[in-house]
Ligand binder design. Structure first.
Ligand SMILES: [Zn+2]
Length: 304
């Protein structure tokens, strides 16, 4: 479908909105969520951003694709979101109601996986998004792997170290508990001996600081462990690493690749590990794809 559509990415720390007319971006804006986690203020910001983007189109959007970090049910209600617990129970349809458009929701990492598969024509791709949390999406045989309840591909909750740190899901040693932004900042801080932000970690890697290199290798080792399991299960041709932090750590894919190769059984092909084609905007690109193709995108064989 062509025409006027909006793509919205509701992320852990930011909101991104893109307006497209016949596939061409006519407006795009990224805004951080305000401090304080006030859900009313957040949803007002969302509504205002959507109105602004719709205004830029000059015509009413036909459809809105929403890539959501929060867990959203079929009615557009937030089931849960550890990042901003106040959102739980809120309807995400309300901020979009004024547009009159059809609104479709999808998991942010799942949509990112589809966008990456489309961009590369790859029918078997694993997407890993590193940011506030760790998201994942699996495209197998050109089709999104959805599972019985529609939420398959939660790579962030593969247990990579049963004795590892506690995860927000209540278990120990999930990939997310090891390589989310807060987890890597904590790892870097412990190595460095002082409080460290993810931005400092990215700068530290660029400057080849010992503590930052060590944290990057630590992350690469845990990610390779998760990917070794996925390689046995679904044989991806490619693994793309994106998300805000995953994209900023540009050296991460090349650190993961040899570790993954070392774990794959002899004679077996090794997936290519690459940075996400859409960089930090893979989820937004997926939302645009959902807006263009409609709900069928999530069920159909979508990569030729
Ligand atoms: Zn977990």
């Amino acid at each position: 479908m062509t025409g006027a559509v909006l793509a919205v990415d509701i992320g852990g720390t930011k909101l991104a909105v893109r307006a497209l007319a016949d596939g061409v971006t006519v407006h795009e804006r990224t805004l951080p969520w305000r401090d304080g986690a006030d859900p009313d203020a957040d949803l007002d910001l969302l509504g205002a951003s959507v109105s602004e983007a719709a205004g830029a189109l000059g015509t009413a959007p036909v459809r809105i694709g929403v890539a959501a970090a929060p867990n959203v049910d079929g009615d557009g209600r937030v089931v849960g979101w550890p990042n901003r617990p106040g959102w739980t129970g809120r309807s995400l349809r309300v901020p979009f109601a004024r547009t009159g458009a059809e609104v479709l929701f999808g998991d942010d990492a799942t949509l990112a996986a589809l966008a990456e598969a489309h961009a590369t024509g790859c029918r078997d791709l694993v997407y890993l998004g590193l940011g506030t949390g760790v998201g994942g999406g699996l495209v197998c045989g050109g089709r999104l792997l959805t599972g019985a309840w529609g939420t398959a591909g939660e790579v962030g909750h593969l247990v990579v170290d049963p004795a590892g740190p506690p995860c927000r899901c209540g278990r120990r040693g999930c990939l997310q508990a090891g390589v989310s932004g807060p987890a890597l900042a904590a790892h870097a801080a412990a190595r460095r001996g002082r409080t460290t932000t993810t931005a400092e970690l990215v700068a530290g890697v660029a400057d080849a600081e010992d503590w930052a290199e060590h944290t990057l290798d630590h992350a690469a080792g845990l990610i390779a462990r998760a990917l070794a399991v996925l390689t046995e299960l679904v044989q991806p041709a490619r693994v793309h690493i994106g998300g805000g932090l995953g994209s900023a750590l540009t050296a991460l894919p090349e650190r993961v690749a040899p570790r993954l190769a070392a774990t794959v059984r002899a004679g077996r092909p090794v997936p290519e590990v690459r940075p996400a084609v859409h960089g930090a905007h893979a989820s937004l690109a997926g939302a645009a794809l959902l807006a263009a193709r409609g709900a069928a995108l999530l069920g159909e064989e979508s990569v030729a």
